[in-house]
Design a protein around this ligand. Structure first.
Ligand SMILES: CC(C)(COP(=O)(O)OP(=O)(O)OC[C@H]1O[C@@H](n2cnc3c(N)ncnc32)[C@H](O)[C@@H]1OP(=O)(O)O)[C@@H](O)C(=O)NCCC(=O)NCCS
Length: 135
């Protein structure tokens, strides 16, 4: 996976970046997870933001802080009009994060993820979207 992420960084100048802890109290560089965005890839036709945090890093706002920084970077350095995020329908924590950073659920765009088996309960996915802020 790291090889794929490094290749994306080389090809596109962005990827799902590593998150490290910083700040006055916690400036120890501890690995927290990853957060970033990728170019459109099937089945999506838009840029996609995403995240995955180590279990010990949940519940402290690190995902929200990172996702906001990723959005800021994307709007500043790229020209796409919108960014989407997807997750399995049941992933309430990820959906809550999407809402915290201002993404809106697109209920008509629910889909079954093609990479998952029809019997997999994680197959039903939801899509959220955010538009480039007006400057
Ligand atoms: C999805 C995932 C990143 C969400 O993690 P999270 O810790 O809930 O999200 P955040 O880092 O934004 O933290 C928000 C939580 O911290 C709390 N919090 C504490 N301090 C905070 C702060 N300064 N700012 C924001 N939230 C803060 C919030 O109240 C919230 O807790 P709550 O859910 O109990 O209300 C995490 O569950 C995860 O990595 N899951 C596994 C992988 C995964 O599902 N990835 C997504 C696939 S699409």
């Amino acid at each position: 996976m790291i090889d794929r992420m490094m290749a994306m960084q080389t090809e596109h100048g962005h990827t799902f970046w590593v998150m490290e802890r910083r700040g006055e109290r916690h400036g120890d560089g501890q690995f927290l997870g990853m957060c970033g965005f990728c170019p459109p890839r099937a089945p999506l036709a838009e840029y996609e933001i995403g995240w995955r945090l180590a279990r010990a890093a949940w519940g402290q706002g690190f995902g929200t802080e990172s996702a906001r920084a990723v959005l800021d970077w994307a709007w500043a350095h790229r020209t796409m009009p919108t960014i989407v995020a997807i997750t399995t329908r049941e992933n309430a924590k990820s959906r809550a994060l999407m809402e915290r950073i201002g993404m809106a659920y697109a209920p008509h765009e629910d889909f079954d993820h093609p990479a998952l088996l029809e019997t997999d309960r994680l197959r039903p996915h939801v899509l959220y979207r955010i538009a480039r802020p007006k400057s």
